[in-house]
Design a protein. Structure first.
Length: 123
């Protein structure tokens, strides 16, 4: 019998199958960060809040989130991919632009337009 690589990839380190894909865990953490909601208020579309919180705390304790930020920061600096308004200084997460769009335009389409315009120096 051949081994199923996808099944093996889904197994946790202790041999159990992962119940929730890592992408869903990351998406749930990003949702918490983006909305600022409490862990217990995580929508039912995501894995249980206890599972998401457990992974977040584990990754924080390992310094994983800071490593991700450092890699992304280096990537932006090396490739000079930061928006014009951010070059030369850090925004500290403060608002750097506001764009008002009609209700018929989805948020992701408006954000793409804004970010591309900033990266390409159109604004």
């Amino acid at each position: 019998m051949g081994t199923d690589r996808s099944a093996a990839a889904r197994c946790a380190l202790d041999g159990r199958k992962k119940k929730h894909p890592r992408r869903e865990i990351v998406d749930a953490i990003l949702y918490i960060v983006r909305t600022g909601c409490a862990w217990r208020q995580l929508p039912a579309d995501f894995p249980p809040w206890q599972t998401v919180y457990w992974h977040f705390v584990r990754w924080e304790d390992q310094g994983m989130t800071q490593q991700i930020v450092n890699v992304l920061r280096r990537w932006c600096e090396q490739e000079d991919r930061r928006p014009q308004a951010v070059r030369g200084h850090r925004t500290l997460g403060l608002l750097s632009a506001v764009m008002v769009r009609p209700a018929s335009v989805q948020d992701r389409a408006g954000a793409t337009t804004l970010l591309l315009g900033r990266c390409l120096g159109c604004t």
